[in-house]
Ligand binder design. Structure first.
Ligand code: WQD
Length: 334
């Protein structure tokens, strides 16, 4: 089976590429290399021992996308290309609407031209906005997103719903990621945010490496066990394996079916600090700072639908996430 993977040189996409190749799929990668290392495709080849076609293109370029479908008989698409910096999406919404929404539309239009009917989409738990209850099921309310990034994910989910309504043979499987962290055990793949990181784990790694003085913990007055926010952190390798299961599902079914990809286990910011220090032996100086706008006290997946329908569940631990993330960061220090 041939799968076109967009964003396959990115943090999530590169891990998805490795797991899909290991699962025996013929993977074709399209990426504009706007994020991460330019040698990620080589690293994927090193890790899998498999060469694969790589197209350095922008998926908003319809002719370039058509060129891929002219060259390969694509059976399914995993769409992981997109901008994902929440704070940037607030200051530059048009950049996000153009790139994320236009990219998905271009891809879907070419798929329609070529009769390709299976689409796995990198969505996000952020479509839930501030959840009414946790753990969060896929049937929970969506759409009250807190930022343009989340709204692009929500809009693309709605496009997919309408597409499945218009074409009963189309198969759309959005995957709502909770908090992906960690890195490939080899130390060759990982997260490389540009500039000062917004997300917790990349920031912790910079503090542990002495590149930032201390962690600012945004709020310790939340209604949680220790006052800091609780999140459902999921190892990026578990997340990647969820995509392989989702492709298998998408090609065997039709219609719109959305899945949470999370562990169902919550950890507070202070939990993460303590686990990181224990696992890596690196002290993590921190101080409490005011709450960050848009944060909610607790975000936790109910992952049971993916377990039941995809035969997938996360197995790697918070310790694995810290250890693997540090190993990747450590490789950068050398
Ligand atoms: C986690 C917790 C912060 C940094 C975001 C996106 C979501 C998804 C995952 C793409 C929060 C606290 C953080 C810091 C801190 N991305 N924190 N100090 O906000 O849960 O989710 O990333 O799909 O769409 O919204 O993740 O890692 O930014 O924050 O105290 O320097 O860590 O307040 O409680 P978040 P995060």
């Amino acid at each position: 089976m041939t799968v076109l993977l967009t964003g396959g040189a990115g943090y999530i996409g590169s891990h998805v590429a490795v797991e899909m190749i290991n699962a025996g799929f013929n993977v074709v990668i399209a990426d504009n290399l706007s994020a991460g290392h330019k040698d990620v495709p080589e690293r994927i080849k090193t890790l899998t021992g498999v060469s694969f076609p790589f197209f350095e293109i922008d998926i908003c370029d319809k002719e370039a996308v058509r060129g891929i479908f002219d060259s390969f008989s694509v059976d399914a698409v995993v769409h992981a290309a997109g901008y994902k910096a929440v704070a940037e999406s607030v200051s530059l919404p048009l950049k996000y609407y153009r790139n994320n929404t236009d990219g998905a539309l271009t891809l879907l239009e070419v798929m329609a031209e070529r009769g390709v009917k299976a689409f796995v989409f990198s969505s996000s738990a952020t479509v839930y906005g501030i959840p009414d209850t946790v753990p969060i099921k896929e049937t929970a309310h969506t759409g009250d997103c807190l930022n343009a990034y989340g709204r692009t994910k929500y809009i693309i989910e709605k496009i997919l719903e309408d597409l499945c309504r218009s074409d009963p043979l189309f198969s759309a499987v959005p995957l709502r990621y909770f908090n992906p962290v960690g890195a490939h055990r080899s130390g060759l793949l990982g997260d490389d945010p540009i500039g000062v990181p917004n997300n917790l784990m990349p920031y912790i790694l910079r503090v542990a490496a002495g590149r930032l003085p201390e962690l600012n913990i945004f709020g310790n007055d939340y209604p949680t066990k220790d006052g800091t926010c609780i999140r459902d952190y999921i190892h990026v390798v578990d997340l990647a394996k969820g995509h392989t299961a989702a492709v298998d599902y998408a090609v065997k079914h039709s219609g719109y079916e959305v899945f949470n990809l999370g562990t169902g286990i919550g950890y507070s910011v202070l939990d993460m600090v303590r686990v990181f220090e224990k696992v890596t032996g690196r002290p993590l100086p921190y101080k409490f700072a005011p709450r960050r706008e848009g944060d909610s006290a607790e975000y936790l997946a109910d992952p049971s639908k993916a377990e039941k329908n995809l035969g997938w569940r996360a197995v790697l631990t918070i310790e694995d996430m810290c250890f693997d993330a540090q190993r990747y960061e450590g490789g950068k220090e050398q």
